[in-house]
Ligand binder design. Structure first.
Ligand SMILES: Cc1cc2nc3c(=O)[nH]c(=O)nc-3n(C[C@H](O)[C@H](O)[C@H](O)COP(=O)(O)OP(=O)(O)OC[C@H]3O[C@@H](n4cnc5c(N)ncnc54)[C@H](O)[C@@H]3O)c2cc1C
Length: 449
């Protein structure tokens, strides 16, 4: 008999949901984490996750359903998303939100900070601080409280163990020695491949040179092990771009995706707008990166107050990366922008926001017209996380190209194919965590059966 019913590799978004769900179903679970002090993508994230038809939406009078969520994803990501996966993620995201509250004991609410593009209803949920750091810490506390989950930190998985195509466990390096951990099921939840230079060059050349702001542990090794066992890969060119990176920061600081929905505009160093800021943040990234010398994002006091509800924005403010409360002259001087051109740009934008004419760049959602005092930050673009990976069924079992499942092997989160289609444009905010939570839950249920 195997030592464990389930060995989970990776204590991030998908791994912790898998471990909690399997334990709740009576399974003996070991959770192997390479380095709990290093930031996972969960901890680095904005902590906002999509869920449709939740009780928090119902309490707020928001009409939504998994079917509507699926239709929104289809609209954005097209036909590339496998239908069974789409169904599992859109239904499972609601189950996951309720599971997080009812089983893991997390304080969940429906975020009303901003309406993000790609969602036809408010459906981003979060813990109180609207931050991935908080969400990760709360989940880790929940995992550590569960008597049926054995947590091993400093346990670096180095290989999958398999006999005649059946996965039997995982090899782990801990404390300088390698040893096998035998399990009936292995859930590989080690994250995507944003930090894997060679994999990025092979699968997503368009973003190969972009600054990666995700976890260095997302090196794609888990995907490689599964591929060697015959797993099918899909949507490997899909990723989330990040257009609100602070150019004056140390690398990962960002403003968060709420600002355009709160009325912010972006200008280049000539003082001119260059894109419809209300498109999805992922596809906006290429437009920001195309501006020689970077760009400047500008908003006002009302947007500042609203954005402060979200963790990444607060962190950027605390790091001194947001300039603020100045008039147009001070704004132009601070960022080296031609004042007259900038004045015309902001006047035009205010006019479009009031409904006076159509924006030639095609922006439709404006919020209230911006008014001084202004706030601003120098921005650039980067790569947040990848969205392609192995194909799984509704129980998170890893599939071969012929549709058969690899016995004993489960995947969720960044190791598995997401619901973002191809390239950058299919990603909708909140759907990285939605897939990780929904498939993590599905994997845990499979292992508990
Ligand atoms: C900057 C940024 C912002 C984001 N914001 C959002 C957001 O607001 N909403 C949203 O939905 N999504 C967001 N995402 C995406 C989201 O964070 C990911 O989709 C999600 O965290 C993926 O979960 P995961 O469990 O696969 O990976 P992770 O959460 O990264 O967890 C993987 C874990 O595996 C461990 N690990 C790796 N290799 C090994 C090994 N060999 N042995 C043992 N352990 C190992 C890692 O240390 C890590 O703890 C964001 C991502 C980034 C980078």
């Amino acid at each position: 008999m195997a030592d464990w019913d389930l060995a989970v590799v990776g204590a991030g978004a998908a791994g912790m949901l898998g471990a909690l769900r399997a334990e709740a179903g009576g399974a003996r679970v070991v959770l192997l984490e390479r380095d709990a002090d290093a930031s996972s993508n969960l901890a680095l994230s904005g902590g906002l996750f999509s869920a449709a038809g939740s009780r928090w939406q119902q309490a707020a009078g928001v009409e939504d359903s998994p079917a509507r969520f699926a239709a929104d994803i289809r609209e954005k990501a097209g036909r590339a998303v496998p239908p069974p996966l789409l169904r599992r993620v859109t239904e499972g995201a609601r189950e996951a939100a309720h599971f997080l509250a009812d089983v893991a004991g997390l304080p969940i609410h429906l975020s009303r900070t901003a309406h993000f593009p790609g969602h036809s209803a408010p459906r981003l949920h979060a813990t109180p601080a609207e931050s991935g750091t908080e969400l990760c810490a709360l989940l880790r506390d929940a995992v550590r409280r569960r008597p049926g989950i054995t947590w091993m930190d400093g346990a670096d998985a180095t290989a999958l163990l398999a006999q005649q195509g059946q996965v039997t466990g995982v090899e782990v390096s801990a404390g300088g020695t390698r040893r096998p951990v035998a399990a009936t099921w292995v859930l590989l939840a080690t994250g995507g491949f944003g930090g894997g230079v060679e994999l990025r060059a092979r699968h997503m050349p368009e973003a190969a040179g972009a600054l990666h702001i995700g976890s260095a542990a997302s090196d794609g090794r888990g995907i490689g092990w599964m591929q060697q066992l015959g797993a099918a890969l899909d949507c490997m060119d899909a990723y989330q771009g990040q257009p609100h990176l602070c150019r004056e920061g140390r690398g990962g600081e960002r403003l968060g995706a709420a600002l355009p929905a709160l009325g912010a505009v972006m200008v280049n160093l000539a003082g001119r707008r260059f894109a419809a800021e209300d498109m999805g943040p992922s596809e906006l990234t290429a437009h920001v990166l195309a501006q020689a010398g970077g760009a400047v994002e500008i908003w006002d006091a009302a947007a500042q107050d609203a954005a402060l509800r979200q963790g990444p924005f607060r962190a950027a403010v605390e790091a001194g990366l947001v300039w603020g409360r100045g008039d147009l002259s001070a704004l132009a001087e601070r960022f080296g922008l031609p004042e007259q051109v900038l004045a015309q740009t902001l006047a035009d934008a205010a006019g479009f926001a009031r409904g006076e004419g159509a924006d030639p760049l095609g922006r439709l959602r404006w919020g209230a017209p911006l008014a001084a005092p202004f706030f601003a930050a120098a921005i650039t673009g980067g790569l947040a996380h990848t969205q392609g990976g192995v194909l799984v069924d509704a129980g998170a079992r890893v599939l071969r190209p012929d549709g058969g499942a690899i016995p004993g092997l489960l995947a969720a989160g960044g190791t598995a194919c997401g619901v973002s289609g191809r390239g950058a444009a299919g990603y909708v905010p909140g759907n990285g965590l939605a897939q990780s939570f929904a498939l993590g839950l599905a994997a845990g249920a499979t292992a508990a059966r």
